[in-house]
Design a protein. Structure first.
Length: 164
Protein backbone atom coordinates (compact mmCIF):
# COMPACT_ATOMS: atom_id res chain seq x y z
CA UNK A 1 0.00 0.00 0.00
CA UNK A 2 2.76 2.45 0.94
CA UNK A 3 4.67 1.62 -2.26
CA UNK A 4 1.58 2.62 -4.27
CA UNK A 5 1.43 6.01 -2.55
CA UNK A 6 5.15 6.80 -2.82
CA UNK A 7 5.81 5.91 -6.45
CA UNK A 8 7.06 8.08 -9.30
CA UNK A 9 3.60 8.44 -10.85
CA UNK A 10 2.32 10.19 -7.71
CA UNK A 11 5.27 12.56 -7.36
CA UNK A 12 3.19 15.45 -8.75
CA UNK A 13 1.07 15.32 -5.57
CA UNK A 14 4.10 15.90 -3.38
CA UNK A 15 5.34 18.70 -5.63
CA UNK A 16 1.93 20.40 -5.40
CA UNK A 17 1.83 19.97 -1.61
CA UNK A 18 5.33 21.49 -1.34
CA UNK A 19 4.28 24.47 -3.50
CA UNK A 20 1.09 25.03 -1.50
CA UNK A 21 3.02 24.80 1.77
CA UNK A 22 5.57 27.33 0.49
CA UNK A 23 2.75 29.68 -0.64
CA UNK A 24 0.97 29.49 2.73
CA UNK A 25 4.24 30.12 4.58
CA UNK A 26 5.01 33.12 2.34
CA UNK A 27 1.56 34.62 2.92
CA UNK A 28 1.71 34.10 6.68
CA UNK A 29 5.26 35.43 7.10
CA UNK A 30 5.16 38.48 4.79
CA UNK A 31 3.56 41.75 5.96
CA UNK A 32 2.69 42.86 2.43
CA UNK A 33 1.00 39.55 1.70
CA UNK A 34 -1.03 39.79 4.90
CA UNK A 35 -2.21 43.30 3.92
CA UNK A 36 -3.17 42.09 0.44
CA UNK A 37 -4.88 39.03 1.85
CA UNK A 38 -6.94 41.22 4.20
CA UNK A 39 -8.31 43.02 1.12
CA UNK A 40 -8.98 39.77 -0.71
CA UNK A 41 -11.01 38.04 2.04
CA UNK A 42 -14.10 40.34 1.78
CA UNK A 43 -14.11 39.84 -1.99
CA UNK A 44 -14.05 36.08 -1.54
CA UNK A 45 -17.03 36.28 0.82
CA UNK A 46 -19.00 38.43 -1.64
CA UNK A 47 -18.11 36.09 -4.51
CA UNK A 48 -19.24 32.98 -2.65
CA UNK A 49 -22.42 34.71 -1.46
CA UNK A 50 -23.33 35.91 -4.96
CA UNK A 51 -22.56 32.50 -6.41
CA UNK A 52 -24.71 30.72 -3.82
CA UNK A 53 -27.71 33.03 -4.33
CA UNK A 54 -27.28 32.85 -8.12
CA UNK A 55 -27.22 29.07 -7.98
CA UNK A 56 -30.46 28.97 -5.96
CA UNK A 57 -32.16 31.29 -8.45
CA UNK A 58 -30.75 29.28 -11.37
CA UNK A 59 -32.00 26.05 -9.80
CA UNK A 60 -35.55 27.38 -9.57
CA UNK A 61 -35.56 28.98 -13.04
CA UNK A 62 -33.81 25.96 -14.54
CA UNK A 63 -36.42 23.65 -13.07
CA UNK A 64 -39.26 25.59 -14.67
CA UNK A 65 -37.46 26.06 -17.99
CA UNK A 66 -36.42 22.41 -18.03
CA UNK A 67 -39.96 21.25 -17.42
CA UNK A 68 -41.13 23.72 -20.05
CA UNK A 69 -38.65 22.28 -22.53
CA UNK A 70 -40.10 18.77 -22.29
CA UNK A 71 -43.66 20.02 -21.93
CA UNK A 72 -46.35 19.26 -24.52
CA UNK A 73 -47.44 22.91 -24.27
CA UNK A 74 -46.12 24.58 -27.43
CA UNK A 75 -45.82 28.02 -25.80
CA UNK A 76 -43.76 26.82 -22.81
CA UNK A 77 -41.62 24.57 -24.96
CA UNK A 78 -40.90 27.39 -27.42
CA UNK A 79 -40.01 29.89 -24.68
CA UNK A 80 -37.67 27.38 -23.03
CA UNK A 81 -36.02 26.36 -26.27
CA UNK A 82 -35.62 30.01 -27.34
CA UNK A 83 -33.89 30.87 -24.05
CA UNK A 84 -31.57 27.88 -24.26
CA UNK A 85 -30.58 28.42 -27.89
CA UNK A 86 -30.24 32.20 -27.53
CA UNK A 87 -28.00 32.05 -24.48
CA UNK A 88 -26.01 29.11 -25.91
CA UNK A 89 -24.82 31.31 -28.79
CA UNK A 90 -23.49 34.15 -26.62
CA UNK A 91 -19.98 34.07 -25.12
CA UNK A 92 -20.04 33.98 -21.31
CA UNK A 93 -18.22 37.25 -20.70
CA UNK A 94 -20.42 39.14 -23.17
CA UNK A 95 -23.52 37.62 -21.54
CA UNK A 96 -22.49 38.62 -18.02
CA UNK A 97 -21.57 42.20 -18.96
CA UNK A 98 -24.70 42.65 -21.10
CA UNK A 99 -26.94 41.41 -18.31
CA UNK A 100 -25.25 43.55 -15.66
CA UNK A 101 -24.85 46.80 -17.59
CA UNK A 102 -27.55 46.76 -20.28
CA UNK A 103 -30.49 44.54 -19.36
CA UNK A 104 -30.58 45.51 -15.67
CA UNK A 105 -30.31 49.21 -16.60
CA UNK A 106 -33.19 48.91 -19.09
CA UNK A 107 -35.28 46.93 -16.61
CA UNK A 108 -34.62 49.56 -13.92
CA UNK A 109 -35.73 52.35 -16.28
CA UNK A 110 -38.83 50.35 -17.24
CA UNK A 111 -39.72 49.92 -13.55
CA UNK A 112 -38.98 53.61 -12.80
CA UNK A 113 -36.02 52.73 -10.57
CA UNK A 114 -32.96 54.96 -10.60
CA UNK A 115 -30.15 52.99 -12.23
CA UNK A 116 -27.75 54.08 -9.47
CA UNK A 117 -29.98 52.43 -6.87
CA UNK A 118 -29.37 48.94 -8.30
CA UNK A 119 -26.36 47.61 -6.39
CA UNK A 120 -23.57 45.87 -8.29
CA UNK A 121 -24.08 42.71 -6.23
CA UNK A 122 -27.68 42.46 -7.52
CA UNK A 123 -26.43 42.94 -11.08
CA UNK A 124 -23.84 40.23 -10.56
CA UNK A 125 -26.42 37.84 -9.11
CA UNK A 126 -28.77 38.40 -12.07
CA UNK A 127 -25.98 37.93 -14.61
CA UNK A 128 -24.63 34.81 -12.92
CA UNK A 129 -28.14 33.38 -12.59
CA UNK A 130 -28.76 33.72 -16.32
CA UNK A 131 -25.49 31.97 -17.08
CA UNK A 132 -26.02 29.24 -14.47
CA UNK A 133 -29.55 28.50 -15.74
CA UNK A 134 -28.10 27.94 -19.18
CA UNK A 135 -25.37 25.65 -17.82
CA UNK A 136 -27.85 23.74 -15.68
CA UNK A 137 -30.22 23.27 -18.61
CA UNK A 138 -27.43 21.97 -20.83
CA UNK A 139 -26.55 19.45 -18.14
CA UNK A 140 -30.17 18.43 -17.58
CA UNK A 141 -30.71 18.08 -21.32
CA UNK A 142 -27.71 15.78 -21.57
CA UNK A 143 -28.88 13.70 -18.61
CA UNK A 144 -32.42 13.50 -19.98
CA UNK A 145 -31.14 12.36 -23.38
CA UNK A 146 -28.98 9.71 -21.71
CA UNK A 147 -31.97 8.57 -19.62
CA UNK A 148 -34.22 8.33 -22.67
CA UNK A 149 -31.53 6.46 -24.61
CA UNK A 150 -31.10 3.98 -21.76
CA UNK A 151 -34.88 3.45 -21.60
CA UNK A 152 -35.04 2.83 -25.36
CA UNK A 153 -32.27 0.23 -25.10
CA UNK A 154 -34.00 -1.43 -22.15
CA UNK A 155 -37.33 -1.54 -24.01
CA UNK A 156 -35.56 -2.97 -27.05
CA UNK A 157 -33.92 -5.69 -24.94
CA UNK A 158 -37.16 -6.50 -23.15
CA UNK A 159 -39.00 -6.59 -26.47
CA UNK A 160 -36.47 -8.96 -28.01
CA UNK A 161 -36.67 -11.25 -24.95
CA UNK A 162 -40.48 -11.31 -25.18
CA UNK A 163 -40.28 -12.23 -28.86
CA UNK A 164 -38.27 -15.36 -28.03
Amino acid sequence: MIKKIFNVENSWVFIMLALITWMVYTIISGDEYIKAFNFIIPGIRITFGATFVSFLIALILGLFLGIGRISDNIFLSTISRTYIEFVRGIPILILIFTMAFVVVVDAAEFLNINNGNVPMIIRAIIALSVFMVHTLLKYLELELNLFLLANEKEEHLLGSQRDK
